[in-house]
Design a protein around this ligand. Structure first.
Ligand SMILES: [Zn+2]
Length: 228
């Protein structure tokens, strides 16, 4: 998966500006770059891609994890534009090579300072999420015993609910959450690998307010999402 993502990013943006043991990175503009981790993950066939955190109110990809700038996740020595130490960032875990096209479109819009497109989770990924949760509804079908042209309303698929758009956490909210939580995971108090967690998940109607966002480390965040 990592090799495929690297090939597709190179196809879109040319050879990487930086190509070392742990990362490959591409520079789009003085403010926008993208980093692909090539040393992780080891246990699953996925690719971690880091993007600059977009401006307040812009669309955030559904599959993104959101990292505060203060967490210092990025190299200050070989800084990638938009991903320097102190910059908040998005981390996408890609599991389907088709998702790279969405990431490329998202980055191109960011580089052009255009409104960012929404990046929905892929159907198979959404299927996995739905299958894990309650409320799974089977797709409807046209009864083959019904007269021609007649569709039994009870067997029709339910309309897809209109999903609210996930938006960037305003910088002022990010700063307030960081200060309130003291730059530590609220579960285990580590200062390492912190990300913003929606207490009520966005998919369940949680909002980008200070009250609904807390700092969690990657480990605590993962065990929370496994519980949900
Ligand atoms: Zn923790």
């Amino acid at each position: 998966m990592k090799d495929e993502v690297a090939a597709r990013l190179a196809e879109a943006f040319g050879p990487p500006a930086r190509d070392v043991q742990k990362v490959k990175s591409w520079t789009l503009t003085g403010a926008v770059g993208v980093v692909l981790q090539v040393d992780q993950p080891n246990r699953e066939n996925a690719a971690y891609v880091w993007l600059p955190y977009p401006g307040d109110g812009q669309a955030i990809p559904e599959i993104a994890a959101e990292y505060p700038g203060e967490a210092g996740r990025h190299s200050g020595t070989y800084a990638t534009p938009g991903l320097r130490r102190g910059d908040p960032a998005l981390k996408l875990t890609l599991r389907d090579p088709g998702e790279v096209a969405d990431v490329v479109a998202y980055l191109r819009a960011m580089a052009a300072s255009a409104p960012l497109p929404e990046v929905r989770a892929r159907p198979e990924r959404a299927g996995r999420i739905r299958a894990a949760g309650p409320g799974t509804s089977a797709p409807g079908h046209v009864s083959d015993t019904a007269p021609s042209g007649f569709i039994d309303p009870a067997s029709m698929p339910l309309p897809e609910p209109v999903k609210p758009r996930r938006e960037a956490i305003p910088r002022v909210v990010q700063r307030e959450v960081w200060q309130r939580d003291g730059g530590r995971c609220v579960e285990c108090s580590t200062r390492e690998k912190l990300c913003f967690d929606h207490i009520v998940p966005f998919s369940l109607g949680g909002s980008n307010t200070v009250r609904n966002i807390q700092l969690l480390c990657e480990g605590c965040n993962l065990s929370k999402s496994n519980r949900i």
